[in-house]
Design a protein around this ligand. Sequence first.
Ligand SMILES: *Cc1c(COP(=O)(O)O)cnc(C)c1O
Length: 308
Amino acid sequence: MLDSVKYKQVITQEIDYPGFDLHGCSVYLRREDQRHVHISGNKWHKLKYNMIYALEAGYSSLLTFGGAYSNHIVATAVAAHQAGIPSIGVIRGEELYDLVDANPSLSLAKAYGMEFKFVSREVYREKDSPEFLEELRKAYPNTYIIPEGGNNALAVKGCKEILQEGDEVYQAIATAVGTGGTMTGIVKASWEHQKVVGFSVLSGCFQEEVLKKHTDKTNYLITDAYCFGGYAKIDTSLIDFINDFKQKTGVPLDPVYTGKMLFGLREQIQKGFFAENSKILAIHTGGLQGIAGMNLFLAKKKLPQIII
Ligand SMILES: *Cc1c(COP(=O)(O)O)cnc(C)c1O
């Protein structure tokens, strides 16, 4: 259905990095990034039950939405290819039509057979409206539509499986937060004594509303203090952190999600946010395919490159 090409069970490794061990804390990283080369960790979990459902219900293609460097777009293209059905990506930005081959993410999705429909930002904003969805269903008959970011109840169900038996030994769980679907699954699967800390990668913590819709649990908080000014925004301190982390631990981080999450986690540990001797489980949700696109942008701005 959805092959994990390389690893059946992801590893969880203790991370030896300056600052992570203050106040007796220890940080363990769950390497969801290794689950599949192209189906980025949490997107694999989001697609799993959606794919099972779409195939069982007899849909003949998958359609979803995303921006120019979307991990979800790439993941969907590859997952559909594995399942042997066509995929359609509704992409934000008409200007990208001529730039597919210069865009590492879109050209990867194209190589896996994804067909694109480029729309203006205005039209893209209608992505959840019944009229626009109806129009898409007419244009692509019998297509299974997955919302932006892969988020729906089946996605949350899949994300619950990011936590495993035995994870009750951790006092805290840290994850990057975009739409909030991944964190919702993690909170639902968490134990009551645990605190789930979400690092919003965009400004604002509106994802709390998403969580409240899916769960009555309250053992979590979301901070946007480490969003670096907004979605996909970056500065040299973040680039330096990602490169230093790679050099010292061997683990690559992406600039949009996991880099910000671990940067923020380290600051919170240093500030004494966590109880003494906390064991913290951080989720590496993947996203490494986005580094190539970010590096093209950084080169244009004459900023240092991210080491892959
Ligand atoms: C999409 C994504 C997230 C955010 O997931 P949400 O469910 O949208 O909050 C986190 N990390 C990576 C690498 C992602 O690709």
